[in-house]
Structures are given as structure tokens and as C-alpha cells.
Design a protein around this ligand. Structure first.
Ligand code: EPU
Length: 417
């Protein structure tokens, strides 16, 4: 078992470069299934979820070449075979196989997704979309069976602005007959990234990034080359870590517009922020104001930064209230932070955080962003060694975390027991 060991108390200093977005990558790779020729993805993050996805495509018969941050996917020999088990079970985002396979083959048998289960995460809106497009969807012994004689365009109103459902419906509708309109669509930057790839493949998608997306179905899509947008959650995590350690860090290869909800909150706390075209500098100060934060759908404060933000707010003076309106109970990091001496209580959808010093402890990451929160907390503690287990979750979303933090001057290392 691997764990992260952290001796904190050192202000992070220097520059960190952000890789491509995980939540884009794991939608763009299955999107390549819809093409008839090679798709090249640049700026790919080196993450375990990406490796699992390349395994899934290879199992289906695609040729995948992955060198550094570039992946070449030749989907021309892909076959429609059932995938009830195996790698699809390891991955939350394996649900994108449903939309992609349905779009290309009008059928799919896929196991229910795995991944970070910090609370029940239904996929009813995905299914509602597939059915509206003309597919029959059944759940047989834990695998979803999808089948359509023909997919036809239609109007779909999402009950919740789901990122996954919006992308999944775009994937299937890209090769449906006629026009599909998604209303109350999610507006996250990753949705624009997927629409950009699909349009480069010959799809006709308009309105991605707004609440109404129109997809004009086409009969065939072709290969293309696409560069993935920077990972705004990884960027936000380093921004928060820089501030929590009272450091001075330039976060490079970011789109500052994607970070607005976080930068506004950090400025409200009294943290120095300098914005450039493709980078943001975070300048820590000796004391921070408490703030209230509401995690909402984009362009609101990202739920994926809610856990790391909890750790930063333990460093503020006074009481902060952090509420999550995307997930009702994403607080698995809280009991672990309490083990480190944090004064936090959870009431419904909110964590009430009283600022104060933390101490080193042995803690466990129960999901990806909870892991990031614990690493940030450990970086603030100068006495003793904080041990974080559950590293496999952290590896799902942060490539080169240890080497990046070490380059910024942190005393962090991996230890295998
Ligand atoms: N929801 C439904 N029904 C559905 C789909 C979603 O009720 O059919 C609810 C969910 O339970 C949740 C809300 O809608 O309360 C939002 O879920 P969404 O579908 O938008 O989330 P997702 O697509 O499953 C992606 C990211 C998550 C991120 C969310 C919200 C991927 C693979 N995952 O999940 O990322 O938290 O959007 O921004 O893209 C992470 O990176 O740590 C992570 C969990």
C-alpha cells in the first residue's frame, strides 16, 4: 500500500504547469469511437483514468498509441462487443461508452460505472436522453443494454444540468438523424471542449457552453487533431495549496476565465491574485478573512474544489460556511480534517469551519478531491509528518503531484508499505 508523507510548514514557491483536463480527456477519448479514422489528442494528462480508458478502447479493437501527452486513437477497427465487466467497472466516466457506442453502432452493453462514489450518483438523465433519441434501455444483472433501430433527433429537457448527461447525449446525437436540442444543458468548459472535438470531426453542434445546445446529426464523422483544455480543478487545487502555505506560486497553462469563481473568493479572503493571459500568480499573506462559499454548477464555485477549499478555510480567521448545492453529502474529507485538529461540523449541505491550527495525523483519502484536501492540510502543518493513504484516488486526478509539489519546495514523498 502506498501513502503520501508530508512535512509541511514550507511556503510553496515557484511555477507549476497545469496539464490537460481530466474531465475533458475521459469524454474526448470515447468520443473518438464516433470517427471512422484517426483522432489525435494533445495535452493529455497522465492519469490512471486515462490509462483505463485506453484499455477499454483497445479491448474493443481500436489501435491506441500513447506517448507523453499525446494519444493517437485509430477507431476504424472497433467492434461492438458487450462490456459488462472489466475496466468499465473501474471508472465513473465509463458511462460515456453508452453515448459513443450508441452513436456509432446503435447498440451497447456496458457495466454500471464505478469510480469515486462519495454519494449515490444516478444516471437517470443520461438514460432519459438515450430513450428520447429512440433507444431502448434496460438494466440486466447490473449491465445497461442499449439498442436502437435508428436514433432520431428530438428535444430533451434535462431535469438537472448534468455534465455527464449533456456530453453523453451530444455523443449519441452527433450521429442521429435530424436535429437534437438539449435544454437546461450543463455549461462547464469541458462540454465546450467535447463539442469542439466533435465539430472538428465533422459534427454540427452549436450553443455548447450555454443552456441550449443544438446538434444537427450527421451520418459519418472523421478523424482530427485536438488539444485538450487545461484542468481548471488541478489549477484551482494548486492555487489553494499556494495560499494555504502562504506561498508565492505562478500557476501556468490555465484559462483565467475558468477560475473566476475561485479567484473572487480568494481575493475576498485577502489573498493576492495576479492574472495574466495564460497564468495566475497566487500571493499568500499572513492572515486571511473568513468567507462563505456556495458550490454550484458552472460558472459558480466548482464542487470539485469544495474539499480543497475546506482545508484553506481552516487557515482563515473566524467562521466560514461552505455549502455544496451540486452534491448533497460530499464531505468525506471532514472527519479526516477533524483528526488533524480542524474545528468543522457538517450541517445538511454545509460545512461550518472555524479557523485554527492543524496538527499532523494519519488520515485516509476516501475520494479524489478529499485526498487533495488532506494533502493541502498536511502542507500547512510544520511539526510532525502527515500520512495520507488512499493515494490511488489522488492519482486519478493529479498527475505528477509529488514531483510538482517538490519543485515548489514542499517536503512530500511517497512511501510503500
Ligand atoms: N444527477 C442526477 N441524474 C443524472 C446525472 C446527475 O440526478 O442522471 C445529479 C448528480 O447526482 C449530482 C448532479 O446531478 O447531484 C451533478 O452531476 P453531474 O452529472 O453533473 O456530474 P457527473 O457528470 O457525474 C462530472 C465530473 C465530476 C464533477 C461533476 C460536477 C466527470 C467524469 N466527473 O460528474 O468530477 O463533480 O461533473 O461538476 O466529468 C471529480 O473530478 O472529482 C468529479 C467528481
Amino acid at each position: 500500500m502506498e501513502k503520501l508523507m508530508i512535512t509541511g510548514g514550507r511556503p510553496l514557491q515557484g511555477t507549476v504547469s497545469i496539464s490537460g483536463a481530466k474531465n475533458s480527456a475521459i469524454a474526448l477519448i470515447p468520443a473518438a469511437i464516433l470517427a471512422e479514422s484517426e483522432v489525435i489528442l494533445d495535452n493529455l494528462p497522465l492519469l490512471s483514468d486515462v490509462a483505463v480508458y485506453s484499455e477499454i478502447l483497445e479491448e474493443l479493437g481500436a489501435t491506441v498509441t500513447w506517448e507523453g501527452s499525446q494519444m493517437k486513437i485509430d477507431p476504424s477497427s472497433i467492434k461492438s462487443i458487450p462490456m459488462p465487466n472489466g475496466p468499465v467497472k473501474k471508472l465513473r466516466a465509463s458511462y460515456y461508452m453508452m453515448g459513443a457506442m450508441l452513436g456509432r453502432f446503435k447498440e451497447a452493453i456496458i457495466g454500471l460505472p464505478g469510480g469515486c462514489n462519495f454519494e449515490p450518483r444516478p444516471i437517470d438523465q443520461h438514460i432519459k436522453g438515450f430513450e428520447a433519441l429512440g433507444a431502448t434501455v434496460t438494466n440486466e444483472h447490473g449491465a445497461i443494454h442499449l439498442h436502437a433501430k435508428e436514433l432520431h433527433g428530438t428535444k430533451i429537457y434535462l431535469d438537472v444540468s448534468s455534465v455527464g448527461a449533456t456530453i453523453n447525449i451530444m455523443l449519441a446525437a452527433a450521429r442521429a438523424k435530424g436535429a437534437t436540442i438539449i435544454e437546461n444543458a450543463a455549461k462547464e468548459p469541458e462540454i465546450i471542449d467535447v463539442a469542439t472535438l466533435l465539430n472538428s470531426m465533422g459534427a454540427i453542434i452549436k450553443g455548447a457552453g450555454t443552456e441550449t445546445i443544438r446538434i444537427e446529426g450527421v451520418s459519418e464523422l472523421h478523424g482530427c487533431r485536438h488539444s485538450i483544455i487545461p484542468d481548471r480543478i488541478q489549477a484551482g487545487t494548486y492555487m489553494i495549496a499556494a495560499a494555504a502555505t502562504r506561498g508565492n506560486v505562478l500557476i501556468d497553462n490555465v484559462i483565467p476565465k475558468h477560475m473566476e469563481a475561485l479567484t473572487a473568493k480568494m481575493q475576498e479572503m485577502g489573498i493576492g491574485i495576479e492574472e495574466y493571459d495564460e497564468s495566475i500568480r497566487v500571493l499568500g499573506t499572513p492572515s486571511y478573512e473568513h468567507v462563505d462559499v456556495k458550490a454550484l454548477i458552472y460558472p459558480g464555485f466548482a464542487t470539485d474544489l469544495q474539499s480543497p477549499m475546506t482545508s484553506l478555510l481552516t487557515q482563515a480567521q473566524g467562521v466560514s460556511v461552505l455549502s455544496d448545492f451540486v452534491y448533497s453529502n460530499r464531505f468525506k474529507h471532514v472527519p479526516e480534517l477533524v483528526r488533524m485538529g480542524a474545528k468543522i461540523r457538517v450541517e445538511g449541505r454545509s460545512a461550518i469551519i472555524e479557523g485554527g491550527r492543524l496538527n499532523a495525523a494519519k488520515v485516509k483519502a476516501a475520494d479524489l478531491r478529499a485526498g487533495a484536501a488532506l494533502v493541502i492540510a498536511g502542507l500547512t502543518v510544520s511539526e510532525g509528518v502527515t500520512e495520507v493513504t488512499g493515494v490511488e484516488y489522488i492519482d486519478r486526478g493529479y498527475d505528477n503531484l509529488v514531483s510538482n509539489l517538490r519543485l515548489l519546495g514542499a517536503d512530500v514523498w511517497r512511501q510503500t508499505e
